[in-house]
Design a protein around this ligand. Structure first.
Ligand SMILES: [Zn+2]
Length: 79
């Protein structure tokens, strides 16, 4: 059994590829809310870049790409 060497993987290269792929992929923002509406539902007024953690205002800062780090933001709602 000498074919074991074909299974050797360079973990460092793999990690670099993974990071590069992550950056190109749109990510959903995280949301944060500090108030409630009349029905007791939380109102999300802040969204947070999933890549760098920068906070933005919902309804005002609707960037397709985070201005700070360039992360593409996925605004699709899965309903
Ligand atoms: Zn960012």
């Amino acid at each position: 059994m000498h074919d074991a060497e074909f299974a050797v993987i360079d973990a460092d290269s793999l990690e670099e590829v993974k990071v590069a792929a992550d950056k190109q992929k749109a990510k959903r923002p995280d949301y944060e809310g500090d108030g409630y509406d009349d029905d007791g539902n939380i109102i999300y007024d802040t969204w947070i870049c999933p890549n760098c953690g920068k906070r933005y205002e919902v309804d005002y800062d609707d960037y397709a790409y985070c201005p700070k780090c360039g992360q593409e933001i996925d605004w699709r709602k899965d309903e």
